[in-house]
Ligand binder design. Structure first.
Ligand code: NAD
Ligand code: ZN
Length: 238
């Protein structure tokens, strides 16, 4: 692990980790804004932001699910060294919580319990008409638009689309954790999606650490900026 990061972690009692898509790139899930990310490609003249919007979902569900299954869901991806370190910190009672913009569910899969998934998760899906629950498998195995076997309604992933507001209670919990943290580690996010980015304003603790390959708006306030690979910088020997 990065030596200065290790020192801060050792002195901290209430760490909160705030992460984005860059946390999962080492698990084989592309982010949005890196050179090889989803934004660098064209999808028939549409941007990922247009396709992943609430209005597009309701107007063109078939195209939405086609893109979603191809580019947003990676059922075989596994947690990487960063996810594993965070799980260890929670077990050691150092880490108070993870606030993530990711929808891949990898923090929970790594074993973390206190995870605020502010943009939802691909693993929870509900019928828009009768509210029945469905696992990811139902979405992945469906041909075209996934439909509820009970009532025929469209099944919608509980991911927060552009134009939708994140869950109020998840946001309140996430902001409370950040406000009570002594150390906030911000990693793998361009901080360009609101309201997620403004969550950092709730932090008034001692150490702000940023781990990101490219510059972020949080760098100027940080005590430590690590311009490296998250999985490598956070890796701990077992
Ligand atoms: P982003 O793509 O805007 O930014 C990712 C940042 O991480 C970039 O600044 C990039 O330089 C950095 N980065 C990438 N890999 C890195 C690595 N290994 N080490 C260090 N830095 C690395 O992502 P965002 O800010 O999270 O916003 C994207 C939105 O899209 C989020 O709302 C998120 O929900 C969603 N999304 C989620 C996933 C996922 O669940 N894994 C993947 C793609 C997009
Ligand atoms: Zn139904």
């Amino acid at each position: 692990m990065h030596s200065e990061l290790a020192g801060i972690v050792q002195r901290s009692r209430r760490i909160v980790f705030f992460g984005g898509a860059g946390v999962s790139t080492e698990s084989g899930i592309p982010d949005f804004r890196s050179a090889g990310g989803l934004y660098a490609r064209e999808y028939g003249g549409l941007t990922p932001e247009m396709i992943l919007s609430k209005s597009f979902f309701y107007l063109h569900p078939e195209q939405f699910f086609d893109f979603y299954r191809k580019h947003m869901v990676f059922p075989d991806a596994c947690p990487n060294a960063a996810h594993e370190t965070l799980c260890r910190w929670e077990q050691e009672d150092k880490l108070r919580g993870i606030v993530t913009q990711n929808i891949d569910g990898l923090h929970k899969r790594a074993g973390n319990k206190r995870v605020y998934e502010i943009h939802g998760t691909v693993h929870e899906n509900f019928c828009l008409d009768c509210n029945a629950f469905f696992p990811l498998k139902t979405i992945m195995e469906a041909q075209g638009i996934p439909r509820c076997p009970h009532c025929g309604g469209v099944i919608k992933p509980s991911v927060v689309l552009y134009g939708e507001a994140p869950d109020k209670y998840v946001c309140i919990g996430a902001r409370r954790e950040i406000s009570q943290a002594d150390t906030l580690i911000v990693a793998g996010t361009s901080l360009s999606v609101e309201p997620a980015a403004s969550f950092l304003d709730s932090f008034s603790g001692k150490n702000l650490v940023v781990i990101n390959r490219t510059p972020t708006p949080a760098d100027r306030k940080a005590n430590l900026v690590i311009r490296g690979n998250i999985a490598e910088e956070m890796k701990t020997e077992s």
